[in-house]
Design a protein around this ligand. Structure first.
Ligand code: ATP
Ligand code: MG
Length: 726
C-alpha cells in the first residue's frame, strides 16, 4: 500500500533502463522482465484493466479469441496444463476452436511448492473431465497445512481467464462453501496470493448478503458458510455457478444431512471437496463423498454395499475364510483404482524438506523443595492410600492425579484448591479432606498465593531462564507458551507481567470472532507481543501461529494428539525461522509417567492407548495407580532409566536409522494413507534415538539448553532438517 493506493510490482527495471530514463518513456524501455506479460509494455497503464474481460466475439476479427496462450508456455518454470486428447475434443470442442495451451500465471507459479503444482494439475484434469469420462469431480485430501486453499485459488484464477479451446475461459462464477470461522481466512488468502485487482471475491457475513452478490456482475467468487448456504439456498439456486468448492468437506460424509442434499441440488457439475482427513477411513462415509463429487459413479448405494462394502468389511474380520479375504482384497483394489483417479492425498513430508530446521527438546526439570515436601505429603494421604487399595470407586484417583499435576505446575495452584475447598460447601468428607488434610501446614505460615515466587516451581524456574535466553539470543523472535489449564495460564500471565514480557492470550473464553485477529496480530511482523499464551484446548486445530518460532509446552496432556496439534501450529509453510520446541516435565513425578504412557502408545499395563479418550475415561489398574503415585527422588530421569539405554547419561550421538514404526492405520482400504510421522506420537524406541544427556553434562552444544541447565536433570533433543538453510 503506497499513499492509500494498492501498488503491485510487475517486474524489475534494469539499472541502465533506469539510469538512461528509458523506462520513463511511454511504452517503457526494454524491461528486464519477460515480454510475455502485455501489462509490462505500457508501464503506467492499469495492468489489470484488460484482464479477463468477458470476450465479446465481434471485437475479434476471426471470431475467436486471439489464440495465443495468455502466458508463455515455453518460459522457464512455466506450468502448462495437460492438453485435451481427441476424445475430449470430440466431446467438448464441437465448434472446432483451435487448441490453446492453458498456462498458470507465472506470478503464482513463483510461490508454488512442487506438490501444489501437481495438485493444481490434478484439479484441472479432474474438473475438465480429463480423468474420468464425462465426470468433473475431485477430492483433494492433503494433510493440514499443505496449502489446499492456494491450490484452489490458482485453479480458479486460471479457469476464469483461460481455456483449452480458442482460449475461451472455462468458468465465470465459483461458489466456495466453508465453515463459518474460515470465510474470512479464504478472503485473506485470495488477497494474499492475488491482491484485490484480479478476482473480486464476495465473502458473505452479517453485513454482506447474497443478494448483493447476485445483483452485481462485479464479483466472480462467492464465499459462504455451510450454515448461511442453507438459509439462502433459494437465492443461490438461481445463480449459475460453474465451479463448487466445499472446504473441510468431510462433513458431507453423511448424505442424509440437509447441507449435502442442498449442495447436491445445485446444478453445478464441477465439484471439489477439500479435506485434511483421509477419506478412506470409513466405507459408508466414503460412498457419500464420492457420490457427491461424481454422482452415480459407484452405482446405487445398495449395489455399492453389495459389491464393495460388505465383501471388504467381511474380509477384514479375523474369522474370514481365504476366499473371503481374497474377494475383499480384490474389491478394495478395484474400488481404489476406480476412485483413485480423482482423489489426491499428500502428507506433511512433502513440505518438510522446505521447512526450516525443527529442534525438539524434552526438558526434565528438578522439582523445588516445597514441591517435594507437598508431593510426599499427598502420596501419604488417606485418599491415595484408599486408591491403592482399590477401595473407592474410580473418581478419587482423578482428584489425586489433578492435585499432583497442579503441584508440578506450581504449589500455589494446590494452595488455592485447598483454600477453595475449605470455604466451599461441597467439601466432601471422605474424599478431598482426606487428600488435603495437613497439607496447609507444609506451606509457610504466612503463605500468600498471590505473592507466589518462581523458585517454588521447578518448571517455572526453567521457563523463566528459557524466556530470558530466547529474548537475549533471538530478540526479534516470539514464543508460544501452551498450557492445558486456565489457572496455570493465569500464573504464566502474571509472570509475563512481572517481567515486562508483552503477551497476548487465547483460551476457551476467547470469543471465536476475536480469534483470527488475535492470531493475525501475533503473526504480523509489526506486533510487539513476545509471548502468545495459548490454552491447548482452545488453540488446537486450524490455528496458524507461524509468527512464533519457539513453542513451550508447560504441561502435558494424556492425549498425545493434543500436544502434537499444539506443536504443529508453528512448524508449517510460511515459517521463516528454525522452530524450537520445549516440552517441560517435572523429574520423577507423575508428569514423567504420563509422558511414558504417551510415547509407549500403550498404557503401563500394555493395553493400546486409545488416543481419543480424555483423562476422565482412562481406566487404571491398581498396579498402574501404584506406579503413578510414586515419586522418584534420586533419578535424573525415570524415562531414560526405562529405555535401558547403555549410555552413561552423556550419549550425544544419534543412534542408527529410526526403526520402522509399525503402520497402525485403521484404514479399511489398506495402508495407502500413512499419517505423517510428525503427527504420530513418538514411540519409546524412537525416543531412544534422540540425543540425550544429563543436566550436569559438560559441553552442551545448544546455547539455549546451556543457559537453562541449572535446574534441569536431563535433556532429550531431536533435530529435523538440520541442513535446511533459511
Ligand atoms: N507455497 C506456499 N508458500 C508459502 N506459504 C504457503 C504456501 N502455500 C500455503 N501457504 C500458507 O500455509 C498456510 C496453510 O495453508 P492452508 O490454510 O491452505 O492449508 P490447508 O491445506 O487448508 O490446511 P488445513 O487442512 O489445516 O485447512 C497458509 O497460511 C498459507 O498462506
Ligand atoms: Mg484449509
Amino acid at each position: 500500500m503506497i499513499g492509500g493506493k494498492e501498488v503491485e510490482v510487475m517486474g524489475i527495471i534494469s539499472p541502465d533502463d533506469f539510469n538512461s530514463g528509458r523506462c520513463f518513456q511511454l511504452g517503457g524501455g526494454s524491461l528486464a522482465i519477460s515480454s510475455s506479460s502485455q501489462a509490462a509494455k505500457k508501464c503506467f497503464s492499469n495492468p489489470f484493466k484488460s484482464v479477463c474481460k468477458p470476450s465479446s466475439k465481434e471485437n475479434r476479427p476471426n471470431g475467436f479469441q486471439d489464440c495465443k496462450p495468455r502466458h508463455d508456455p515455453h518460459a522457464q518454470n512455466s506450468l502448462v496444463m495437460s492438453r485435451p486428447d481427441n476424445n475430449h475434443q470430440w466431446m467438448f470442442n464441437k465448434s472446432c476452436s483451435p487448441i490453446v495451451d492453458v498456462v498458470i500465471d507465472p506470478y503464482l507459479v513463483y510461490h508454488l511448492r512442487p506438490h501444489q503444482k501437481e495438485g493444481i494439475l490434478f484439479l484441472y484434469e479432474c474438473v475438465m473431465g480429463m480423468r474420468v469420462n464425462g465426470r468433473c469431480g475431485a477430492i483433494l485430501a492433503d494433510e493440514m497445512g499443505l496449502g489446499k486453499t492456494l491450490q484452489c485459488i490458482s485453479l480458479i484464477w486460471t479457469l476464469q481467464c483461460q481455456g483449452p479451446y480458442g482460449g475461451k475461459p472455462v468458468i465465470k462464477k465459483t461458489l466456495i462453501v466453508t465453515p463459518g470461522s474460515l470465510v474470512n481466512n479464504w478472503r485473506k488468502e485470495f488477497q494474499k496470493w492475488l491482491g484485490s485487482e484480479r478476482i473480486k471475491v464476495f465473502p458473505v457475513d452479517q453485513d454482506h448478503k447474497v443478494e448483493e452478490f447476485i445483483k452485481s456482475p462485479f464479483y466472480s467468487v462467492l464465499i459462504i458458510s455451510y450454515e448461511m448456504l442453507l438459509r439462502s439456498l433459494d437465492q443461490i439456486k438461481n445463480v449459475k455457478f460453474d465451479l463448487l468448492i466445499c472446504d473441510e468437506g468431510h462433513r458431507l460424509k453423511n448424505s442424509a444431512i440437509k447441507t449435502t442434499t442442498a449442495l447436491i441440488s445445485l446444478s453445478c457439475e464441477k465439484r471439489i471437496i477439500l479435506t485434511g482427513t483421509p477419506v478412506q477411513n470409513d466405507l459408508q462415509e466414503f460412498f457419500a463423498l464420492i457420490d457427491f463429487v461424481n454422482p452415480g459413479i459407484l452405482g446405487s448405494l445398495s449395489s455399492y454395499r453389495k459389491i464393495y462394502e460388505e465383501p471388504i468389511i467381511l474380509s477384514r474380520q479375523p474369522s474370514a475364510s481365504e476366499e473371503e479375504k481374497e474377494l475383499g482384497e480384490k474389491r478394495a483394489a478395484e474400488l481404489t483404482c476406480l476412485t483413485g483417479l480423482f482423489i489426491l492425498r499428500r502428507t506433511q513430508e512433502v513440505i518438510n524438506k522446505y521447512l526450516p530446521p525443527k529442534i525438539e527438546n524434552v526438558v526434565f526439570c528438578r522439582p523445588g523443595a516445597l514441591q517435594i515436601e507437598l508431593y510426599r505429603k499427598l502420596l501419604n494421604s488417606q485418599a491415595v492410600r484408599f486408591c491403592l487399595q482399590g477401595l473407592l470407586g474410580n473418581s478419587p484417583h482423578l482428584i489425586c492425579i489433578g492435585a499432583l499435576k497442579k503441584l508440578c505446575n506450581h504449589p500455589c495452584l494446590l494452595f488455592n484448591s485447598i483454600k477453595g475447598k475449605e470455604c466451599s460447601s461441597t467439601w466432601d468428607e471422605n474424599e478431598e479432606r482426606s487428600l488435603y488434610e495437613g497439607l496447609v501446614n507444609v506451606f509457610p505460615a504466612d503463605y500468600n498465593p498471590l505473592m507466589f515466587t518462581e523458585e517454588e516451581s521447578g518448571k517455572l524456574q526453567v521457563l523463566l531462564k528459557l524466556l530470558a535466553v530466547i529474548r537475549e539470543l533471538r530478540p526479534t523472535e516470539k514464543v508460544v507458551l501452551v498450557s492445558n489449564y486456565t489457572q496455570t495460564l493465569n500464573i504464566l500471565q502474571e509472570v509475563c507481567r512481572r517481567h515486562g514480557y508483552a503477551f497476548t492470550r487465547l483460551d476457551g473464553q476467547t470469543p471465536v470472532s476475536q480469534r483470527q485477529q488475535i492470531v493475525d496480530g501475533f503473526n504480523s511482523k509489526y506486533s510487539s507481543d513476545f509471548i502468545f499464551l495459548l490454552s491447548s484446548k482452545a488453540g488446537g486445530v486450524g490455528l496458524n501461529l507461524i509468527g512464533g518460532s519457539h513453542l513451550i509446552l508447560y504441561d502435558i496432556d494424556w492425549n498425545p494428539a493434543t500436544d502434537i496439534q499444539a506443536m504443529s501450529r508453528l512448524w508449517r509453510d510460511g515459517q521463516k525461522h528454525p522452530v524450537h520446541i520445549y516440552r517441560l516435565l517435572t523429574t520423577g513425578t507423575i508428569e514423567e509417567k504420563i509422558y511414558q504412557r504417551q510415547i509407549s502408545k500403550q498404557d503401563l499395563s500394555g493395553a493400546v492407548v486409545d488416543l481419543t479418550k480424555t483423562s476422565e475415561h482412562i481406566q487404571f489398574s491398581v498396579e498402574e495407580l501404584k506406579n503413578l503415585f510414586t515419586l522418584h527422588e534420586s533419578s535424573h530421569c525415570v524415562t531414560h532409566d526405562l529405555l535401558d539405554c547403555e549410555c552413561t547419561g552423556d550419549k550425544d550421538h544419534t543412534g542408527d536409522s529410526l526403526e520402522k514404526v509399525p503402520i497402525s492405520r485403521n484404514c479399511q482400504l489398506g495402508p495407502h494413507h500413512q499419517k505423517s510421522s510428525s503427527l504420530k506420537p513418538l514411540s519409546m524406541s524412537q525416543l531412544k534415538q534422540w540425543k540425550h544427556f544429563s543436566g550436569d553434562h559438560l559441553n552442551l552444544t545448544d546455547p539455549f539448553l546451556e543457559r537453562i541447565r541449572e535446574n534441569v536433570s536431563f535433556f532429550f533433543q531431536n533435530i529435523t532438517n538440520q541442513s535446511t538453510v533459511i
